[in-house]
Design a protein. Structure first.
Length: 236
C-alpha cells in the first residue's frame, strides 16, 4: 500500500502523498492498562457467585476498539489447597455490554462447564500484604488470555464469581464510582457504592491522526442506583 515509485519526481510526489494518507489512516495497537481500580486495604468485600445468586460486577470503558489480554482482581476465600495455595478453578468470568436483564455476555469462560467456553489460561493466585475489613488476608487473582478478547469501543461490565468456593470480591479505589449487582440473569444490573478492585489489561487501537476519538458509549438498559438489596457482605 505504501510502495514508493522512484523513476520520476511527479510519481514520487503522488505516491508519497498516498503513503502519507495510508500512514495516517493506520490504526496501530498500543499496550495499555485499560482500567484500574486498586484494592482498598481494610475494605469491604462481597460474596460473588452466579450459582447462588450473588452476581457482582463493575464497569470499564474501551475508548477505542482493541483487545483485552488479561484481568486482575482481588478478594478473599475460604478454600485452601493441601500444602497451601488457592484453588482457582471455580472462577466464572463474564463480560457484558448491556446492563439489562437476560443480556447475552459478549465473552464468558470458566473451568466447571457453567459456560460453553473453558478459559484458555489458568487463574493465578498470589498473596498480598493487604486485608479486608475483618483482617482476613486478601489474594490477588490474575489471568492472561492465550487468545485476546476483541472488543469494540464502548462500555463493558466485568462480572466475576466463584462457583466452587465462598469467595469475596474486595472493593476498589474508585471514589464516586459504582459496582453492580443482581440475583439472577433475568434481572437488570443495579448500581451501588462501592465499586470493585480490578485491572483490565490490553491494547487499544489508535484512531487515525486528525480524527477525533469516539466518545464513550453509554451502556444500554437500566441501571438504577439503590440499596444493595442482594449484595452479601461478609458477616463479622
Amino acid at each position: 500500500m505504501s510502495r514508493v515509485a522512484t523513476h520520476t519526481p511527479a510519481h514520487f510526489g503522488l505516491t508519497a502523498t498516498l503513503a502519507t494518507v495510508c500512514a495516517l489512516l493506520a490504526a496501530p495497537a498500543s499496550a495499555a492498562v485499560i482500567a484500574s481500580q486498586a484494592p482498598v486495604d481494610g475494605g469491604i468485600d462481597y460474596e460473588s457467585t452466579v450459582t447462588f445468586g450473588y452476581h457482582n460486577g463493575d464497569t470499564f470503558a474501551m475508548s477505542n476498539s482493541g483487545t483485552v489480554t488479561g484481568l486482575e482482581w482481588w478478594g478473599s476465600q475460604t478454600l485452601e489447597l493441601p500444602g497451601g495455595g488457592r484453588d482457582t478453578t471455580g472462577f466464572y468470568i463474564r463480560l457484558f455490554n448491556d446492563l439489562s436483564a437476560n443480556a447475552v455476555p459478549v465473552f464468558e469462560c470458566d473451568y466447571l462447564s457453567n459456560s460453553a467456553t473453558t478459559c484458555d489460561a489458568p487463574v493465578v493466585a498470589s498473596t498480598t500484604n493487604i486485608t479486608n475489613i475483618f483482617i482476613d488476608p486478601v489474594d490477588k487473582f490474575s489471568i492472561t488470555f492465550a487468545t485476546p478478547i476483541a472488543l469494540a469501543a464502548g462500555n463493558y461490565l466485568l462480572s466475576i464469581g466463584n462457583e466452587l468456593d465462598v469467595w469475596y470480591w474486595l472493593e476498589g479505589n474508585d471514589p464516586g464510582g459504582l459496582g453492580y449487582y443482581r440475583s439472577a440473569d433475568n434481572e437488570d444490573w443495579t448500581g451501588a457504592d462501592p465499586g470493585f478492585s480490578l485491572t483490565v489489561l490490553g491494547t487499544l487501537n489508535q484512531p487515525p491522526v486528525g480524527l477525533p476519538e469516539p466518545g464513550t458509549l453509554a451502556l444500554l438498559g437500566l441501571a438504577g442506583v439503590g440499596a444493595a438489596l442482594s449484595r452479601r457482605k461478609r458477616a463479622g
